[in-house]
Design a binder for this molecule. Structure first.
Ligand code: NDP
Ligand code: HSE
Length: 429
């Protein structure tokens, strides 16, 4: 039998403990599947005394992740601490510089430093793997880098933040306001330490940027993701969308067109009958489209101890078997700089405005839309208690986003419009 594969695990929180448990529970299975033993040499966390609900006997303890990453008895450094810089970055770089393979679940680290780290890995003959960083237990990185490697990927879309999907689902199902649903998610421990990572769309944007790199052979370009969180979505939007046959999702979409790379993570309307429309609670879904395979849909737990540790183990098993795939599917040097799209694919839009309830008000809005070459598909003024203003909802035909921007600017300046108009894209999965 080959030499054991020896891991050093930095981070013994939700994911780290899950990985330790799998390795302890599935010793024989791992050996049978890889042809060698998979062992843990050393672990690291901030607190040595914390009870983590799993035995750590037999593993050396390091207080410093960098020391752990460079130990002679560590073949693979498993980074499960989190954070886009700080110890996660320092220890990952140290491991790669020492020629050790690295597995991480850290989407923030890779969204900001993925290109440099992938180059560092290759310069040192090491592997850098991150299945757990995107959509938790869903093996989407493997699907793109291996299962669909014979395709030109045409589009990737999906719900990649379970917390946001939980909040939106609770607003719809239980009629909660955004603040109430947010508080409920907080009480359940769903929110990241910085909740804006979730509700601001940043966590999901990190994941989308990583998938775009694999899908289109471009360097990770998180800064070019069009990001919008779910904080402005109201219960009225959700109800109206439902009446119109749609659900509102924090949806990520990336596609490469003749205009460049489009990457957006924004609240969107999707048809209620589509797989994405039917996704409820904290579950994730990723829809992949390739020129030969057509469309495939992957659905599953995007977070949590078991699902995320399962994804980490997929990378561990690959390395134990000697399966080595470039970090983003092709050698880092051949990833091309992403050219953000100069203009974005047209779409239908949902608009919500608060309009003075007086003659001619609607005509002024229609005129601005017409001048921007935007055609109205459907329009509705909903019941309202406030005598002075009325909520007006408009669904447009497909419009160029630049034209929509122009119209929104014009509408916001009308003396019959109160507040800022809301515009949500309608995506067709
Ligand atoms: P936790 O906060 O539960 O655990 C973090 C661990 O890292 C803790 O054990 C902590 O030590 C340790 N740690 C933090 N800073 C240091 C440091 N300076 N030195 C040594 N150890 C340190 O995080 P998660 O397990 O939830 O997440 C880990 C990674 O996995 C993150 O990158 C996250 O984004 C990613 N991820 C998480 C998912 C999830 O469902 N939780 C899903 C997908 C990805 P101590 O326990 O002593 O405080
Ligand atoms: N905060 C993330 C989510 C889990 O809610 O999906 C970690 O990726």
């Amino acid at each position: 039998m080959s030499e054991p594969l020896r891991l050093g695990i930095a981070g013994l929180g939700t994911v780290g403990v899950g990985v330790v448990k799998i390795i302890r529970q599935k010793t024989a299975l791992l050996t049978a599947r890889t042809g060698r033993d998979v062992t843990i040499s050393a672990v690291c966390a901030r607190s040595r005394s914390k009870d983590r609900g799993v035995a750590l006997t037999g593993y050396a303890w390091e207080d410093d992740p960098v020391r752990l990453a460079t130990r002679d008895d560590v073949d693979v450094f498993v980074e499960l601490m989190g954070g886009e810089d700080g110890p996660a970055k320092a220890a990952t770089e140290a491991a790669l510089n020492a020629g050790k393979d690295v597995i991480t679940a850290n989407k923030a680290l890779l969204a900001h430093h993925g290109q440099a780290l992938a180059e560092l890995a290759e310069a040192n003959g090491a592997a850098l793997r991150f299945e757990a960083a995107v959509a938790g237990g869903i093996p989407v990185v493997k699907a793109l880098t291996e299962g669909l490697a014979g395709n030109d990927v045409t589009r990737v879309m999906g719900v990649m933040n379970g917390t946001c999907n939980y909040i939106l689902t609770r607003m719809e199902d239980a009629g909660l306001t955004y603040d109430e649903a947010f508080a409920e998610a907080d009480g359940l421990g769903y929110l990241e330490a910085d909740p804006n990572l979730d509700v601001g769309g940043i966590d999901a944007g990190h994941k989308l940027a990583l998938l775009a790199s694999i899908a289109f052979g471009t360097q990770v370009a998180f800064d070019a993701v069009d990001l919008q969180g779910i904080g402005s979505v109201t219960i009225e939007d959700i109800r109206t969308a439902a009446d119109l046959g749609y659900k509102i999702k924090l949806l990520g979409v990336c596609q490469l067109t003749g205009r460049g790379l489009e990457q957006r993570m924004t609240p969107c309307l999707v048809p209620a009958i589509s797989p994405l429309g039917q996704l409820t609670g904290g579950t994730n879904m990723v829809v992949l489209e390739g020129d030969h395979v057509g469309q495939i849909v992957l659905r599953g737990a995007g977070a949590g101890e078991g699902p995320t540790a399962s994804a980490v183990m997929s990378d561990v098993i690959d390395l134990a078997r000697g399966t080595r795939v470039s970090t983003f599917g092709v050698p880092a040097a051949s990833l091309v700089p992403a050219k953000p799209a100069k203009s974005v694919t047209p779409a239908a839009y949902y608009l919500r405005l608060q309009l003075l309830d007086k003659p001619g008000a609607l005509a002024k809005v229609a005129q601005v839309l017409g001048e921007a070459a935007i055609s109205i598909d459907r329009m509705r003024q909903t019941a309202h208690d406030d005598a002075a203003t009325a909520p007006v909802l408009i669904v447009t035909h497909r419009a160029a986003p630049a034209d929509l921007e122009q119209a929104l600017t014009g509408i916001a300046q009308l003396d019959v419009v109160e507040g800022t108009p809301v515009a949500l894209r309608i995506e067709q999965p």
